[in-house]
Write a protein that binds this ligand. Structure first.
Ligand code: GN1
Ligand code: MG
Length: 372
C-alpha cells in the first residue's frame, strides 16, 4: 500500500468499495497483488454468491485517459463473451467482468479526483510470481495463446490506444537519452554496467519496430502485460483459467506479449531478486511456454512471426531493464518503489536476463524451429 493510502485510512477504502457493492455489504478491504502502477485491493463481501471483488485506483499519471481503459475493457469482454458463447471451450475459461457502481457507472471519482474501478475476482483461482515447473509453463503459454486466439477476430482499430508509446522500444531509448542528458547519475559500478549495457544495444532496440514498419509483423491486438502473475490458475485443477490486468489491451504486436510472457516466466529468480548472479533464462521453461502457446496460436501465426520470436524475448527483457533504469535516473517517477535503488536493482535483473538469453541464442532458435 502506498503512503497516501496509509493516511487515507481503511474506513475511507470501505466507503469507496461500497460504491461498487451492489450485492451484499463490504466487510473488509485489503491491499492485493504486487502491481507497479495502480493501487489494487481485494474487497470481501458478506454475500455468498460473490464473496470478493477487486478494487483499483488507476494511476492517472500513467493512464491519462482512464475512461478509455474502461471502454476497451467493455469492448473486449463483450467480444470474448460472445465468442465463448458461440463456440464454447471444453475447459474452464473466465473473463474478468467490469462491475458497475450503484449509479450504473463503470468508475467512481472520489473527492480527491482519484479514479476508482472494480473488477470481478475469478473465484477459486490464484496466481504465482515465479514458475513452479514445466506443466505450469505450458499452462501459462496456453493462457496467452487462448487470450490471443479469442481476440484474433476483433479488429485492432476497435480498441483505443490507452498508453501511447507502450512497448515501442525506440521511444523508451529516446526518453532514456533525454533523461541521461539531464542527469548526473552517481557513478557506481552498477550504474556503469547499465550505461554500457544500453549503449551496446542501440541498434538492436529498433528490431521489432523496423519489422512492423517493413510490413513483416502486422498490427494486432495485444494484452500488453502478460507476465506470469497475470495468469490465474484454478486452485483445484491447477489449470490456467484467465488472463487478468486488461489495462493495456490495445493495438500492438503479439511479439511484445510473447516476449513479456517468456521474459517473466523463464526467470526462476523472479524480477524482484537482488541476487543478480542467480538470474538466468530457463530454456526448458521457454520450451514449455511456447508449446502451450503454439497449441492454440499456431492457427494465426505466420512464418515471419516465428522468425522474430527469439528477438522479441531478448528485446522485451532489454526494454524492461531500460525502462527501470531510465526511471531510476529520472528519480523514480513511474514505477512504485520500496527503496531508492529499487529500480536500479530491477534494471540489473532484466539486463542479466537479457545476457542469459543472448548466450543461449542458438538453443532458443532451435526450440522455436522444432516447434513449428
Ligand atoms: C508494470 O503494474 P504492473 O505490475 O501490472 C508495467 C509493465 C511491466 C511490469 C513489470 C502500464 O505492470 O509494463 O512489465 O510493471 N505496466 C505499465 O513488473 O507500465
Ligand atoms: Mg499491468
Amino acid at each position: 500500500m502506498t503512503e497516501e493510502f496509509n493516511t487515507q485510512g481503511a474506513e475511507n477504502l470501505v466507503a469507496i468499495a461500497d460504491q461498487f457493492a451492489r450485492l451484499g455489504k463490504v466487510t473488509d478491504v485489503k491491499a492485493f497483488g504486487s502491481g507497479n502502477i495502480n493501487d489494487t485491493f481485494l474487497v470481501n463481501l458478506d454475500f455468498s454468491e460473490e464473496q470478493h471483488f477487486v478494487l483499483q485506483r488507476i494511476n492517472t499519471q500513467v493512464f491519462r485517459q482512464p475512461q478509455l481503459i474502461m471502454q476497451n475493457m467493455r469492448t473486449f469482454t463483450e467480444h470474448v463473451r460472445k465468442r465463448l458463447q458461440d463456440t464454447p471451450l471444453n475447459r474452464r475459461w473466465e473473463v474478468p467482468r467490469v462491475l458497475l457502481t450503484k449509479d450504473a457507472q463503470d468508475h467512481w471519482r472520489d473527492a480527491n479526483g482519484s479514479f476508482w474501478r472494480a473488477i470481478s475476482f475469478i473465484e477459486g483461482s490464484q496466481s504465482f510470481d515465479t514458475m513452479r515447473d514445466r506443466s505450469h509453463a505450458k499452462e501459462i503459454g496456453y493462457a496467452l495463446g487462448m487470450f490471443h486466439n479469442l481476440i484474433s477476430d476483433l479488429p485492432p482499430e476497435k480498441l483505443a490506444d490507452t498508453l501511447q508509446g507502450f512497448h515501442i522500444t525506440p521511444l523508451y531509448l529516446q526518453h532514456y537519452e533525454e533523461v541521461l542528458a539531464k542527469t548526473i547519475a552517481c557513478q557506481s559500478s552498477e550504474v556503469n554496467y547499465c550505461l554500457q549495457f544500453v549503449s551496446d544495444r542501440q541498434t538492436f532496440a529498433h528490431i521489432l519496430e523496423n519489422a512492423k514498419a517493413e510490413g513483416k509483423l502486422p498490427l494486432r491486438l495485444m494484452h500488453g502485460d502478460p507476465k506470469i502473475n497475470n495468469v490465474m490458475f484454478d486452485t483445484a485443477t491447477q489449470q490456467a483459467v484467465s488472463v487478468i490486468d486488461l489495462d493495456t489491451v490495445k493495438p500492438g504486436l503479439v511479439h511484445y506479449d510473447i516476449g513479456d510472457c517468456l521474459r517473466s516466466g523463464c526467470n526462476p529468480a523472479g524480477e524482484e531478486t537482488e541476487n543478480w548472479d542467480s538470474v538466468y533464462f530457463d530454456t526448458d521453461l521457454c520450451q514449455g511456454i511456447l508449446q502451450g502457446y503454439l497449441s492454440v496460436a499456431k492457427a494465426f501465426l505466420t512464418e515471419n512471426d516465428y522468425a522474430y520470436i527469439y528477438n522479441a524475448i531478448r528485446l522485451i527483457a532489454f526494454e524492461l531493464g531500460l525502462r527501470f533504469f531510465a526511471d531510476y535516473l529520472a528519480g523514480n517517477v513511474y514505477f512504485k518503489i520500496k527503496h531508492p535503488e529499487h529500480n536500479l536493482a530491477r534494471a540489473i535483473v532484466q539486463f542479466k536476463l537479457t545476457e542469459s538469453i543472448e548466450s543461449q541464442e542458438t538453443q532458443i532458435y532451435n526450440i522455436i524451429k522444432d516447434m513449428k
